[in-house]
Ligand binder design. Sequence first.
Ligand SMILES: [Zn+2]
Length: 236
Amino acid sequence: MTESERTDRISRRNLMLRAGAGILAASIAPGLFKTEAANAEALSNITPDAALKKLMEGNRRYIQQKRTFPDQARSRIVEVAQGQHPFATILACSDSRVAPEIIFDQGLGDLFDIRVAGNFLDDGVLGNMEYAALELGVPLLVILGHERCGAVKAALDGKAVPGHISTLVAAIKPAVDATKNRLGDAWDNAVRANVKMNVNKLKSASPLLAEAVKAGKLKVVGGHYDLDSGKVEIIA
Ligand SMILES: [Zn+2]
């Protein structure tokens, strides 16, 4: 065999190997892409109302101790590694007892979580919300307060607090002021007012989100989580 024949044979073999790999990739890839595209399409097509229904069904499973722990298998890890299509954005308190994926019985890639003690809006939180709604196309936004919130209690007590904790207290203070003379439980009144006021504030604080709501692409609701029962109630 001459040198050129040998080179020719090697390059032909390489070509065949490459072609084989190409055929293999082509036979796997379309299936993968199809599943991915179908999933992305299904998720981006979920309406704001359907997203809220899906979320509340998860909370029902949680309080009835009938959780299904969806979207937590190895296949889901592989699926969401390619991209995320969460169906709800949740602004919840940092409180360790109000973990969104647990209380709504959801899994990986389902919820876009933003957590701040006292679940109030600031520029950073608004940036997160706008990113979720506009870049990821998330159709539902929930501002979730909860029973016996420590951050709200600090604002209610009105005592001096150290360091940056004062930022939290100042942000929640308007809800305390608004409910000062209201009948009932002052703490829970302030928790609920804080949720409602932040839902209302969204409209003026973010023209981009207000526009998405107007176009029917986004629904904004306020929720209240009951620490004793685990139930989420929509209050705004
Ligand atoms: Zn809290």
